[in-house]
Design a protein around this ligand. Structure first.
Ligand SMILES: [Zn+2]
Length: 366
């Protein structure tokens, strides 16, 4: 039984590694300097390997005696394992990303600041995860698989409604930029990014608690009109309800995965208790994600095109393209990726494709 789980995980990892090798070869052949993109790819590779290794250790050595003897004990074991998992993953990925950003002159953030900010973000993630684990375990004690599935989906959807309400905890230092408020949508500067040169903006929430966050480097980099175009793009994600559609899609994926996982388990008659299975499922989720990432990233790319059109309509396609070109230049983003890698891994369309669509659409609209 263990062999079946490990074979699936191994297959997914091998597939991801193959895609990454293609992308690495593709980037190495590009004329422009793609060192930063290649280094980031290696970080991703490290984290994928670590996820699989951790999953394998968990499946092989899950301490059965520690679990299943009561809600509280199972809860503590789940929390401890997840804490170790998130902490090691953070150390493997984020510390290396910080080094890479510094080496490529994309950040002046000191290690102390980096640790401080990361700890807060990791803390906010655990603040959400820990009560969720308790609720799911409680549902496992009380009810059937269907109840558990419903609870998992409710918690997943809930994070998009609840977390934006705690934005000061998510981002401990947000400063509202009242000059750029877009109707009901407030716009914040992420003060913690002041030492970073990476230009970026993101939309949060889906509905009443929506807001936009930008990095200091973005505002310094682009002109006022270009900045408005970027904000319009982010507003596009909010008005087109992309977060809500995303939750619906993710819920469907999780439900299918959950029933497949439980179905496979009863078919294989593994005989582990619900608590152990839940723990394996939680850690295995980033792995199993590999099966769905082509689908979910295709949807994400469609969202990007839709939001691009909002920016083109509200400001202008040319202004938005010129903002994007500056952002990609500053962030050392390659203009093209290996097609197969991009299909599975990229949540954003390649820059070339975006520019092509933006500029071709406007020639047909008045
Ligand atoms: Zn976007």
């Amino acid at each position: 039984m263990v062999a079946v789980y490990l074979s699936i995980a191994g297959f997914i990892l091998a597939f991801k590694l193959w895609l990454m090798a293609r992308q690495h070869r593709y980037l190495s052949r590009q004329a422009i300097d793609s060192q930063f993109a290649r280094q980031r790819l290696m970080v991703l590779l490290g984290s994928e390997c670590w996820d699989t290794l951790f999953f394998a250790l968990l499946v092989l050595y899950l301490p059965e005696n520690w679990m299943g003897s009561g809600l509280i004990q199972s809860f503590l074991v789940c929390v401890a394992v997840l804490f170790v998992f998130s902490l090691t993953r953070w150390a493997i990925c984020n510390v290396r990303l910080w080094q890479v950003a510094k080496a490529n002159d994309l950040s002046q953030q000191s290690f102390a600041d980096f640790i401080h900010i990361s700890a807060k973000r990791l803390g906010s993630l655990l603040m959400w995860m820990v009560p969720c684990i308790f609720i799911v375990l409680l549902a496992g004690e009380l009810g059937s698989n269907h109840i558990i599935a419903l609870v998992v989906v409710a918690l997943l959807g809930g994070q998009f409604i609840i977390l934006p309400l705690f934005k000061t905890r998510l981002f401990s230092d947000l400063e509202e930029d009242r000059d750029y408020r877009l109707g009901k949508i407030p716009v914040y500067e992420d003060v913690e990014t002041r030492q970073s040169k990476q230009a970026n903006a993101r939309a949060f929430g889906g509905g009443f608690a929506s807001f936009i966050v930008y990095t200091t480097a973005l505002k310094k980099l682009v002109s006022e009109q270009e900045f408005r175009a970027v904000l319009s793009h982010e507003k596009g994600h909010i008005v087109k309800a992309h977060h809500i559609k995303w939750v619906v899609l993710q819920s469907a994926i999780i439900l299918i995965s959950f029933y497949a996982f439980m179905g496979m388990n009863s078919f294989l008659n593994w005989g582990k208790g619900f608590d152990e299975l839940l723990l394996i499922a939680l850690v295995g989720l980033p792995l199993m994600d590999g099966l769905w990432m082509g689908l979910s990233n295709s949807v994400m790319r469609k969202f990007e095109y839709e939001a691009d059109q909002v920016a083109a309509r509200e400001v202008s396609a040319e202004t938005f393209v010129s903002a994007l070109e500056k952002i990609w230049g500053q962030n050392q983003t390659p203009h093209k990726d290996d097609a197969l890698y991009a299909f599975f891994f990229s949540a954003h369309p390649t820059p070339d494709e975006r520019v092509k669509r933006l500029l071709s659409k406007t020639t047909t609209t008045p």
